[in-house]
Design a protein around this ligand. Structure first.
Ligand code: 5GP
Ligand code: SF4
Ligand code: MG
Length: 435
């Protein structure tokens, strides 16, 4: 998911709209905004089709959310709001509370009720039962009791707070804009609207925007950085930066490493657009093998992974081979990752039909072996093709002549060399930050 907020900004509704639009790749199923006074605009679908209501143009504060998940009704679109003794609050959450079922049970055993199935509603309950009357203290208490995973925006009548869990699993940034501040999941979104003084929120802290108009950084837990490496591999925009390191550059380095480790040669490198593009550039640069557009993509279709139904047809509608690039040649297809294998199986079939002599599939991350408990929908274990098959079987299953991945060791090395310390690699090596 993606989250965005604005504090003391003229026309905050439109500013949040623009931020969410720049974060659309993080979620395409629903969008929502809650403005000061707790007026909301929400709906299923893309930002451009949901956030059209101009009745709400007034107001200088608000938070918003774009959602990607596979279930939920219209009433469960974030941000969600509730009334408490400490005031009304609304929250927008990116991430999964990994132990939410246990915590919900605990709340319900003590008489609490839930109006949605969202794990995010837990924040509201904790806020309400916190042993303080002051809302800021209550929020701090709440955050110190929920270890992972969240990047969170909380709007209260008197403030907006932006927080990251102690592991910093999901990203969150803020910057200056107009006479106030804006917050977003990725710095690329803040750059897109022209925000300045952009800063990454420290894991284990919340940044409080209140009537002083001076952001206050409040630490509620010690930082233990385990930033999601999958944000770098696939999820984030290439023009975003985490820990001051550019996503596109990391993907290029992963592609370079993939060549250095595997030394697979062919006539041409074909990137699987869009997410495999940066890695393919890296692979081509170090190997000297030319990069060419053997597959083009239709930009009027969204991210295929995120659309739960009919994935096979979507891939065929989204990507198409260019025969003149592929026919009679040995081809290396470079993609960022394989999850269920559906995408790659269809691509290999199409590239075969276009006349490829041999097809090698290079993946610039390690095999996805386990699920993500922290907010990326990498499915249940049984659906993960690499958790069930050995490498030769895997190649056979997707119809390729060979498939090669980056090893976990080389993968981690790239992050260390780039200066990104403390990453989560749980879905690749099952070393989860919290179980
Ligand atoms: P598959 O068809 O193997 O399940 O999906 C792999 C393709 O979807 C790759 O091209 C990759 O770029 C993209 N993708 C991989 N992992 C994820 C994920 O966790 N979430 C989303 N949204 N897309 C993914
Ligand atoms: Fe990211 Fe994988 Fe860790 Fe989930 S398990 S947070 S997808 S690296
Ligand atoms: Mg892709």
């Amino acid at each position: 998911c993606g989250i965005a907020g604005a504090w003391n900004v003229v026309d905050s509704y439109n500013v949040i709209h623009d931020l969410l639009l720049a974060l659309q790749h993080r979620g395409q199923q629903a969008a929502g905004v809650v403005l000061e006074g707790f007026k909301s605009v929400k709906g299923l679908g893309l930002v451009e089709s949901v956030l059209t209501d101009e009745r709400f143009v007034e107001g200088s504060k608000g938070i918003g959310h774009v959602r990607y998940s596979t279930f939920g009704s219209i009433s469960e679109i974030q941000p969600i709001s509730a009334h408490t003794l400490k005031g009304t609050i609304a929250i927008a959450h990116n991430g999964n509370i990994y132990d939410a079922p246990l915590r919900r049970k605990f709340v319900m055993e003590n008489g609490g009720i839930f109006s949605t199935t969202l794990d995010s509603e837990l924040f509201i309950h904790y806020f309400s039962i916190a042993p303080y009357t002051d809302p800021v203290n209550s929020l701090q208490w709440t955050l110190s009791r929920i270890p992972a995973a969240y990047a969170l925006l909380v709007m209260h009548e008197t403030f907006i707070a932006a927080a990251r869990d102690p592991f910093g699993i999901r990203p969150l940034f803020y910057g200056r804009y107009d006479d106030g501040y804006v917050v977003a999941s990725e710095d690329a979104a803040l750059h897109a609207i022209g925000a300045t003084d952009i800063a990454e929120i420290d894991p284990g802290t919340m940044v409080l925007f209140d009537e002083t108009n001076q952001p206050k950084v409040i630490r509620f837990a010690e930082r233990k950085d385990r930033f999601c490496s999958f944000e770098f591999v696939y999820f984030a925009r290439p023009d975003s930066n985490f820990y001051g390191v550019n996503v596109h550059e990391v993907r290029k380095k992963l592609g370079q490493k993939l060549f250095e480790e595997s030394k697979v040669y062919a006539d041409v490198i074909v990137p699987v657009l869009d997410s495999g593009f940066s890695g393919a550039i890296g692979y081509s640069l170090v190997s000297g093998i030319p990069l060419d557009l053997g597959l083009i993509r239709n930009h009027y279709l969204g991210r295929s992974f995120i659309m739960p139904k009919d994935r096979q047809n979507i891939v065929r509608r989204k990507l198409a081979p260019i025969k003149s690039v592929i026919d009679g040649r040995e081809v290396i297809l470079i993609d960022d990752s394989i999850v269920r294998g559906t995408t790659m199986r269809i691509i290999v079939e199409m590239v075969r039909e276009a006349g490829a002599k041999r097809i090698y599939v290079g993946i610039h991350s390690p095999p996805v072996k386990g699920p993500c408990y922290y907010g990326i929908d990498t499915s249940r274990r049984s659906e993960l093709i690499a958790s069930n098959l050995e490498i030769e079987e895997l190649a056979k299953s997707i119809g390729a002549d060979r498939i090669f991945y980056l090893s976990v060791e080389r993968f981690k090395e790239v992050f260390e060399k780039c200066g990104v310390k403390g990453i989560c690699t749980g879905c690749f090596d099952l070393e989860y930050p919290v179980q």
